[in-house]
Design a protein around this ligand. Structure first.
Ligand code: TXA
Ligand code: MG
Length: 315
């Protein structure tokens, strides 16, 4: 791992440029969160509609109150317990926060990532870095630098190399800006783990997908038509060589060896499955296949985030 590019990255951020950097979840497309000009570049590079708010990444607890106000004791407790880590907290915003960051809402999303390069960058920059996932709008998030290059290549001033992301799925998003704690996006920090810290239940209200005329649902989707299928259905279907089948159960292994189609084995361990999922979707999304079949995953809570992303991938 090298930190030699951190200095250059900070210079770019200070001049209003874009720096892609690794986090423990996925790669982010970073800009100075206090610069309207720089933040605007994120939206242009991603082709992202302006009403989609951005997460501000911070490197220290002191910065929490610089960006957010009226922070409850519960919110402080969660920040101190889970940060640095894959939890984004939605809090009431301070007046100075740019409208482009919040999408015009009165709240801000904050997260302190747990990745040595992200930490080094944030500490060296010394202020908030606005960063959505470093992919084109609605595409699958990048989990390595090659994926960032494929998605945004020439539009990024610098890509910091950090290898493959440890978790592979975006952070858990929890709205702590009102009386109830509300889960907006499941992630690898599970709802029950948050409930154990809070000592109370949290609500789950999936974030409303923004719909404007002529636009599709917001999703984390491959370009190739993707279908979720139960194991039994996969067993009774004949595939052709233009179909990729992503499976994880032992029962399908024999079938994979004897059936046409491009069979890809994923892990039965949710942590490993999550780590591999986006890279695998991307590898099957090169235009070579007409269709991707994804075997349904188990119902347990450790699969919540994966199930959520698979549903979105399959529309
Ligand atoms: O793991 C992650 O969260 C990654 C890494 C780079 O940190 N970031 C990420 O950002 O996934 P993005 O922009 O792809 O997804 C952030 C989500 C969006 O759905 C956005 O609408 C939501 O967070 N969000 C941000 N600020 C919000 C706010 N104030 N209220 C509600 N939702 C918010
Ligand atoms: Mg994203």
């Amino acid at each position: 791992m090298t930190y030699s590019n951190i200095k250059e990255a900070v210079q770019i951020l200070n001049h209003g440029g874009l720096v892609a950097f690794p986090t423990e979840t996925v790669y982010g497309l970073g800009a100075d969160a206090a610069s309207p000009h720089a933040v605007q570049k994120i939206f242009s590079a991603k082709k992202r509609p302006a009403n989609h708010p951005l997460i501000v990444h911070i490197g220290s607890f002191e910065e929490l109150e610089y960006w957010a106000k009226d922070i409850s004791q519960d919110a402080f407790k969660l920040a101190h317990y889970f940060w640095p880590g894959p939890l984004t907290l939605i809090l009431k915003k301070q007046p100075h926060v740019l409208k482009a960051i919040t999408g015009g809402q009165d709240t801000i999303g904050l997260r302190m990532p747990n990745h040595p390069i992200a930490k080094a960058l944030l500490n060296a920059f010394g202020s908030g870095i606005a960063a959505p996932s470093a992919n084109l709008f609605t595409h699958v998030s990048p989990t390595d630098s090659a994926a960032v290059r494929a998605e945004l290549g020439g539009q990024v001033d610098l890509i910091l190399e950090g290898g493959a992301c440890e978790l592979g799925l975006e952070s858990t998003i929890l709205d702590m800006s009102r009386n109830e704690a509300v889960l907006l996006r499941p992630g690898m920090i599970q709802a029950s783990t948050i409930e154990a810290q809070l000592g109370r239940k949290i609500l789950y209200i999936p974030k409303q997908t923004v719909r404007a005329p002529g636009q599709h649902h917001v999703h984390y989707a491959p370009q190739t038509k993707s279908i979720l299928m139960e194991q039994v259905e996969i067993k009774t279907t004949q595939f052709d060589k233009k179909t990729a089948i992503l499976f994880h159960t032992d029962a399908l292994k024999a079938l994979a060896a004897n059936n046409r189609g491009h069979w890809v084995l994923l892990s039965q361990d949710p942590m490993q499955y999550a780590r591999d999922l986006y890279r695998t979707l991307r590898a099957c999304d090169t235009g070579h296949f007409n269709c991707m079949i994804i075997e349904s995953v188990p119902h347990g809570p450790s699969w919540d985030a994966i199930r959520d992303r698979l549903k979105k991938a399959a529309g």
